[in-house]
Design a protein around this ligand. Sequence first.
Ligand SMILES: Nc1ncnc2c1ncn2[C@@H]1O[C@H](COP(=O)(O)OP(=O)(O)O)[C@@H](O)[C@H]1O
Ligand SMILES: [Mg+2]
Length: 257
Amino acid sequence: MQTILNVQSLKKYYGKDPNVTKALDGVSFQVMQGEFLGIMGASGSGKTTLLNCLATIIKPTAGSIHMQNMELSNLREDELANYRGNEIGYLFQNFELIDNLTAKENILLPLSLHNVSEKESAQRLNLLSDCLDIKDVLNKFPSQMSGGQKQRVAAARALILNPNIVFADEPTGALDSKNARILMERLAKMNAMEKTTILMVTHNSYAASFCNRILFIQDGKLYHEIRRDRPRETQEDFYQRILKVMSTFAGGDQYVF
Ligand SMILES: Nc1ncnc2c1ncn2[C@@H]1O[C@H](COP(=O)(O)OP(=O)(O)O)[C@@H](O)[C@H]1O
Ligand SMILES: [Mg+2]
């Protein structure tokens, strides 16, 4: 498998001495093409900071991020705009849909900035609305949709340009457990059927159990890694293994990275 994202010794410090917060303190990992990778950690462990560095929303203090073979800190403004617009998709906890556009208009919005034929975008919209089960809401406005529907529409928007990788920040954080399960099942299906590469950060063990591999983060450092042993290991077994890691390492300082 090909490595698409390579993060080395990434640091992000907020503030100045003596009030420095080491939100990321030397994080290294790789994401392979087609993976559904989870990064799990408690609130304040550095998850959003990490995704924001990867999406070039904020600048790291030190370290390197290679997307395929591009080092992000070397990109010019026009290359950065292309990276943000074409190569990555971003799914936020709070949907971030535009209120006065319909679901369909929200999903197609990223296309307005690109040269994609009508036929191609219609096909992609069709595939995504099938896969994410949002056919019935395409002509509705966000205020007319449930939280679960809004998040699946936001997922379609993140996927419409077929990005190399989708970053998802606590995508189930604002959903009830039924809608969280539906969203995760659909994302797992996109990953399995369309080979969409997904990097999701979450503090929710159940959401993480849909991933193929999980890295655990605490105080800005990765401290453990587990991989689902498919097809032998059921999702329930994997979920139990996640809980075990959480209880074994909770509050511990046994960093392995
Ligand atoms: N803009 C900021 N300025 C100062 N400190 C911040 C800022 N953003 C986050 N932090 C701090 O960095 C740490 C990691 O935050 P964050 O990445 O949001 O964690 P998570 O997403 O895992 O909850 C926390 O201690 C948080 O208070
Ligand atoms: Mg966060």
